[in-house]
Design a protein around this ligand. Structure first.
Ligand SMILES: *[C@@H]1O[C@H](CO)[C@@H](O)[C@H](O)[C@H]1NC(C)=O
Ligand SMILES: *[C@@H]1O[C@H](CO)[C@@H](O)[C@H](O)[C@H]1NC(C)=O
Ligand SMILES: *[C@@H]1O[C@H](CO)[C@@H](O)[C@H](O)[C@H]1NC(C)=O
Ligand SMILES: *[C@@H]1O[C@H](CO)[C@@H](O)[C@H](O)[C@H]1NC(C)=O
Ligand SMILES: *[C@@H]1O[C@H](CO)[C@@H](O)[C@H](O)[C@H]1NC(C)=O
Ligand SMILES: CC(=O)N[C@H]1CO[C@H](CO)[C@@H](O)[C@@H]1O
Length: 805
């Protein structure tokens, strides 16, 4: 199991929470894993008076919080790891009141009941500040994971404490992970988002306390379950969160039964597809009771398409799989039962009548009391992720980075601040810093700001106080604009003499990033421009403003970069420094080959191979061949398809009625659809098809591609190429930016063909509307990664596999 690097980039779990047994062991060998959860509850006027009678909304927020607390249980795992929750909270309006310090859930609930709303204005920033203070000052010494659930309507009346955004950021800098939960649908979006701002998407919207269901307000306990689940199974995928978890026995408790099969369903719905005799098809009896079922795929909801499959029987005792039901008596005549012309399958016909629901199985065994429905390995994952025990690290190797930033008068204060933000954002991306500057591994960072000679200031690489990201940020933010002349060459010498030369670590690679806005003072010594070059230092020069367009100034940059033109970047405006793309580029320049290292844990999770092994799944990839996918992503496709094949387990032979078969279509414009390989179980066919894929670099048109795939991969009329009872899954690999002609028709053809859809979008700019159409309006069916390599990351990949199975 490896973790998402996204999390590491965002320092989602900056602290290693697992206290090693050697340090603070309770009974020998038990590893302590404490979690602190703090509720920050808005009890201002807008909340209190939102519903009548006044105060009733506050009561609902309290009720929600109570249910939340009740659902948290301390867990001990195999006598090895003890997870314990401790809960506190404050209520706020214009003032803040800690109604409960950190305590047990029983005490917390008692304290919660005492809340009385103040019902005045809303100072959310002060509440966040107080929350941060309370969470971090009362617990020095205890290394706990910190979460805060903030329930508000996003509406504020004033920002006396520096604004929501700044305070939310500060909380995160202190290692607090914030969930922003809407009290109801009546909210101020911006405020809600600001609370959860800096990790894009992770704690975004959709958490809600009360919603109106059938005209009545109802407490949304599913928000609770989702938050707990995210606390426990955080996957660093910005954009979507995992499918909603479901309590109760999961796949590992008892074998997951194959999807309960319906009986032989009469063919009326098939609209004469086989056209043999034209007799009305026999309508099957209900199928035999399914073996013990699992809870099925969560949240799967669209009308019609999966009509042939009866509802899954209720969970039953695990038993031998029943034989197929006998053929039923002939059913009533079907609507379209006139002897049909054979062959042409009505693609756009309505799906067949839904099969009768299978009989419920016999009652399931009582679940283990109090167990959150996790098996051993799930619990390990849970511990790993919740406690940050996972602690996978992105490592850049031994790396020293020195930023040399221009603090001269011409830069201006605003632009100087942008330079500092650039430094911080870049380092944010590089994963964990060396916790001890003397350590021979890890990243160390230094900064030199320069103006005229003699005014240089530095954050040193080996400063023992700069031992964490937040210490570094604080140090950078403290740098004051010098506002004098520009002595760039001397600054480079200063950087080397004072930061690099004496503090060099044996194996470390040293990179310097120089930012400047123009020519240096002619009194300075030009010879020093390449002072760094002879010293085994990689220098990157960034020129801002018009300078780099003038040849002689451009030469200055090239000299700084040791004559390596590819290490010179020019940009017109300072704001471009902090553009996402540029930071990303710097990340690759500074740390080209990061290694993600995860610890070994006692329980290695078994791959979910069983997932598709007990039923037939025919999986068809539709790969967008247009240039937008990008050559780089295109290369990852084969790796991904291969990985899917390995994980699902391919059918053993042509006649195997279980396990997976795969197909791949690459689509371009209307006439340019290419079948890389048809539905097959044969790894050689798959490998060959992938090897011959070519990158189109053109436009694409998805509608015709779907029709092409239905006709050629699934087969038309009598030539049905899918297996009997197989679940047919289309997996679109696209950003949705494609010609949408005939898309609606194509999607309804997909429904007609009983296809289940999944979308993988591997860019940040996507056309959501088209993706939603392709996903048949199921948001959970859309998987997003920044690029395709994200899809191969274990947690996203696992989720994808669970989804298609
Ligand atoms: C919070 O609740 C307490 C009672 O626990 C009450 O005294 C206080 O006024 C409330 N404060 C706000 C801001 O609602
Ligand atoms: C399924 O969708 C229908 C209509 O879109 C909606 O009324 C229903 O509540 C949904 N069911 C679930 C379980 O989400
Ligand atoms: C800059 O200052 C240093 C030490 O203060 C001095 O040795 C050097 O000559 C100065 N350089 C210039 C160009 O004035
Ligand atoms: C900041 O830089 C921009 C170019 O990015 C420039 O137009 C602006 O004048 C600079 N601000 C100051 C205060 O010098
Ligand atoms: C589709 O693309 C191919 C090759 O790029 C081109 O020859 C053909 O004219 C295009 N067809 C349409 C309808 O754009
Ligand atoms: C080919 C065929 O029989 N198509 C029929 C499918 O069903 C529709 C509606 O019932 C008929 O209009 C088509 O003729």
């Amino acid at each position: 199991i490896s973790c998402q690097t996204t999390r590491l980039q965002n320092s989602f779990f900056p602290l290693a929470m697992l206290t090693p047994p050697s340090m603070f062991s309770p009974p020998a060998g038990i590893i302590d894993c404490p979690i602190k959860l703090f509720f920050t509850l808005d009890t201002s006027e807008t909340i209190a008076l939102q519903e009548s009678p006044p105060g009733s909304m506050v009561k609902k927020v309290m009720e929600f919080t109570k249910i939340f607390a009740q659902r948290l249980s301390d867990v001990e795992y195999r006598g090895q790891i003890q997870i314990s929750w401790s809960i506190g909270g404050l209520n706020f309006s214009e003032s803040q009141h800690v109604f409960s310090p950190f305590t047990t859930k029983e005490n917390f609930i008692r304290n919660l009941n005492g809340i009385v709303y103040e019902g005045k204005g809303t100072h959310t920033d002060c509440a966040l500040k107080e929350m941060t203070h309370h969470m971090t000052h009362h617990f020095s010494g205890t290394k706990a994971v910190l979460f805060s659930v903030v329930i508000t309507d996003g509406h504020v009346t004033a920002d006396p404490c520096g604004g929501i955004k700044a305070m939310a950021e500060r909380a995160r800098d202190k290692g607090i992970h914030i969930f922003s939960v809407a009290a109801s649908r009546s909210i101020d979006e911006l405020g809600m988002r600001e609370i959860a701002s800096s990790l894009p998407g992770v704690y975004r919207d959709d958490y809600i306390v009360v919603d109106i269901v059938e005209g009545k307000p109802e407490i949304k306990t599913d928000s609770i379950d989702r938050i707990i689940k995210i606390m426990c199974h955080y996957e660093g995928d910005p954009g979507i969160e995992g499918p909603i978890g479901h309590p109760g026995p999961k796949v590992y408790q008892g074998l997951p039964g194959p999807r309960a099969q319906p009986g032989e369903t009469g063919s009326p719905g098939e609209n004469g597809s086989m056209g043999n005799s034209g007799d009305p098809g026999p309508r099957g009896d209900s199928g035999p009771p399914g073996p013990k079922g699992d809870n099925g795929r969560p949240g799967f909801n669209y009308t019609g398409p999966r009509g042939s499959t009866g509802d899954r029987g209720d969970p039953g005792r695990l038993g031998p799989r029943g034989g197929r039901g006998e053929c039923g008596a002939k059913g009533e005549a079907g609507d379209n039962g006139t002897p049909g012309e054979p062959g042409v399958q009505g693609l756009l016909g309505e799906p067949g009548a839904r099969g009768p629901r299978g009989d419920p199985g016999s009652d399931g065994d009582a679940g283990p009391v109090g167990d959150p429905g996790l098996n051993d390995c799930d619990v390990m994952t849970y511990i790993r992720e919740t406690c940050g025990c996972c602690d996978c690290e992105k490592r850049c190797g031994a790396l020293d980075i020195v930023f040399v930033i221009d603090s001269s008068e011409s830069v201006g204060l605003t632009n100087f601040t942008l330079e500092k933000n650039f430094v911080i954002n870049t380092i944010n991306r590089l994963g964990s810093m060396a916790s001890d500057p003397a350590s021979s591994t890890g990243t160390r960072v230094g900064v030199v700001q320069f103006s005229h000679n003699g005014t240089f200031e530095a954050i040193r690489l080996d400063d023992p106080k700069v031992n964490s990201m937040s210490a570094f940020k604080t140090a950078v933010k403290k740098l004051q604009w010098i506002a004098g002349g520009t002595f760039t060459p001397s600054a480079l010498k200063f950087a080397y003499d004072n930061l690099i030369r004496d503090g060099k670590r044996a194996q470390a690679k040293v990179s310097v990033v120089v930012i400047t806005d123009g020519r240096f003072d002619p009194r300075d010594d030009e010879e020093l421009l390449n002072y760094l070059c002879d010293n085994d230092v990689v220098v990157n020069a960034i020129g801002i403003g018009d300078m780099f367009q003038k040849e002689q100034d451009d030469e200055i940059l090239v000299s700084i970069a040791c004559k390596k033109k590819e290490r010179v970047s020019g940009m017109k405006r300072y704001v471009d420094l902090v553009a996402e793309d540029f930071i990303e580029k710097m990340q690759t320049v500074l740390c080209p080959d990061p290694v993600v290292v995860c610890p070994d844990l006692p329980c290695k999770r078994e791959p979910d191979v069983a997932a598709c092994s007990q039923r037939p799944v025919d999986l068809v990839f539709l790969l967008d061949g247009s240039e937008r996918l990008g050559m780089e992503n295109f290369r990852h496709v084969s790796e991904f398809v291969q990985k899917v094949a390995d994980r699902l387990g391919l059918a053993n032979s042509k006649t195997d009625r279980m396990r997976a078969r795969l197909a791949l279509v690459e689509f371009g414009n209307e006439t340019e659809n290419h079948m890389a390989f048809p539905l097959t179980h044969d790894p050689a066919v798959i490998a060959k098809g992938i090897a011959h894929l070519t990158y189109h670099d053109s436009s694409s048109s998805i509608g015709p591609a779907i029709v092409y795939t239905i006709d050629n991969i699934l087969g038309k009329g009598n030539v049905r190429k899918t297996r009997r009872n197989a679940e047919v899954s289309f997996v679109f690999i696209t950003d949705g930016i494609t010609d949408s002609n005939n898309l609606d028709e194509a999607v309804s053809a997909m429904r007609g063909a009983q296809v289940v859809s999944t979308v993988i979008a591997t860019r940040s700019d996507v056309d959501e509307k088209i993706l939603m159409k392709l996903a048949m309006d199921d948001k959970d069916a859309i998987f997003k990664g920044k690029d395709f390599s994200d899809m191969s990351m274990s947690s996203l990949f696992d989720r994808f596999i669970k989804w298609v199975c």
